[in-house]
Every structure is written in C-alpha cells, then in structure tokens.
Design a protein around this ligand. Structure first.
Ligand SMILES: [Zn+2]
Ligand SMILES: [Zn+2]
Length: 261
C-alpha cells in the first residue's frame, strides 16, 4: 500500500501544476491513496495577506476541484480532501468551520508559533532555545485539540540534520512524541526534507537525532511526500530513501491515516 496524504496545489503560490496533474502523477507512481492537503487559508483579523497559502476566496474552488477529481477518478484512486494547517488558538473555530465546509482531514503543519500575521517568517523563533520550546508547546496545543490526523515534519525546528539535539530540542522532541502518542496520531517523516538532502540543499529535517528519539518513544510514523509539484510525486528516489532510512532507524511505519468520517 503506497499512500500519500500530503499534497499541495498551485493555490499556495509556491507549488506548481494543475490539481489533475497531481492525480495523474500519483497514478504513474503507483500510489493507491492520494490526499490533497494544501496550506490552509486563514481569515486573518489584521487583514494580513499571506504569500504562502490560498486566500479564503480560493477555498470553494479548492474544495470543488478536489471533489470533481474524486468523482472523475473514482475507479482508479481514492482521493481525500484535506488541508495542512497550523494551530493558532485564536482561530480555533476557523478549523471547525473548515471541517463543516467538507474538509475531511487536517494535518498539523506548524510553521509559526502563533498567527502568521504577527510573525510571517517561518519559524523564526526556532533558532533560540526558548523559541524551540515555544514552538513545541504550540505543536502540543494543536495535537491536544484532537482536530489533526498527523503531525507534518515534527522536526521542523531542527536546523541541522546531522547535529545532536540541543537541550531544548530534546525537550521539544519528547513533548511532541508524548502528545502524539497520547492522541494516537502518527508523526510524518517528510520527503520534502529527504529530497532537499538528496539535492544538497540540506533542510534541517529529517533530523537523525530527532527520529532516534521518536524510536525510543515508540511513535507510529507515516511518510509524507509534501508534494509541491507533480514531479515530486512521480520521483521514486526520496520515497525509496525514506523507506531505507526509517527501516534503518527501526521506526514502525503506517501507510494509512485514520480520517474522520
Ligand atoms: Zn508549502
Ligand atoms: Zn506541506
């Protein structure tokens, strides 16, 4: 079973390709389940307009487009409608509304500690020990809502893939692992990070030290392509390498997410 629940669309302004091209790429690559989880739009109270996600006005088209692909490809590929969202306590009700609008699942991709409108730079605070702790607290708050089906790139705060965790990094890893265990949701081994390491760009994740710690906690792990282009779904190299890496670490992999009905 080859499943990917972490797929973006061009609406986020940093992905390319038509929605249907992602479906065709998934079929070409032998995926048996495809979930769309583009970056969630937020009704920012300040009027801030994000450059890295769809606007609220684009959400109906996203929902409609995924639904029509579900119908068109019903015989070939199960397609699920999701979003990747941060957890911002002040916008808790917005996540509930997204679910009411038909978004079946949410993956927790925490890119800012609190609302992007206050601090648009992604995880700017991760560079300090205190920032890492506050980041982990934000992730844990999100997990504990029970609104999310997995944690995307839980090691986003780790900036160097081969370095040991700092004391705050160890605390953060333990907090996130423990909360995910209690919630019964898997942690995502992120293939965008694997790809960047293959290409020499060296994103900080996946962090070997982080995943060794995950192994000790006993969390279940799922691979996520985090596709920002159809070709990233088609390319077998990051998938194969991630399988090798997670097997070498002895991480228990799951292929399926438990989606709310
Ligand atoms: Zn993205
Ligand atoms: Zn993503």
């Amino acid at each position: 079973m080859k499943a990917n629940y972490h797929t973006h669309t061009a609406r986020c302004n940093h992905a390319t390709g038509t929605d249907e091209a992602y479906v065709q790429a998934a079929l070409d690559a032998g995926f048996e389940t495809l979930g769309f989880s583009d970056h969630a739009p937020w009704p920012f109270a300040s009027g801030y307009i994000s450059g890295i996600r769809m606007g609220m006005d684009e959400l109906p088209d996203y929902i409609q487009s995924v639904r029509s692909l579900q119908q068109k490809y019903a015989d070939q590929l199960p397609i699920h409608l999701g979003l990747e969202a941060e957890y911002y306590p002040r916008y808790h009700d917005h996540l509930l509304r997204l679910r009411e609008m038909g978004v079946r699942y949410l993956i927790l991709g925490q890119h800012q500690v609190d609302s992007e409108e206050d601090a648009p730079a992604t995880c700017i605070e991760r560079r300090t020990e205190d920032g890492i702790r506050r980041y982990a607290e934000a992730v844990v708050r999100g997990i504990r809502t029970g609104l999310f089906v997995c944690v995307a790139h839980p090691d986003l705060i780790m900036t160097q893939p081969d370095l040991p965790l700092t004391p705050a990094g160890e605390e953060a890893a333990d907090m996130i692992c423990q909360a995910a265990l209690e919630a019964g949701i898997p942690l995502e081994y992120n293939l965008l990070g694997v790809r960047s390491q293959l290409e020499g760009e060296r994103r900080g994740y996946p962090s070997q030290a982080f995943w060794e710690r995950v192994k000790r906690h006993g969390n279940t792990v799922i691979l996520g392509v985090d596709a920002h282009s159809p070709d990233q779904l088609r390319d077998p190299r990051p998938w194969t390498l991630a399988l090798e890496q997670t097997r070498a670490l002895g991480l228990p992999l799951t292929e399926q997410l438990h989606l709310p009905s």
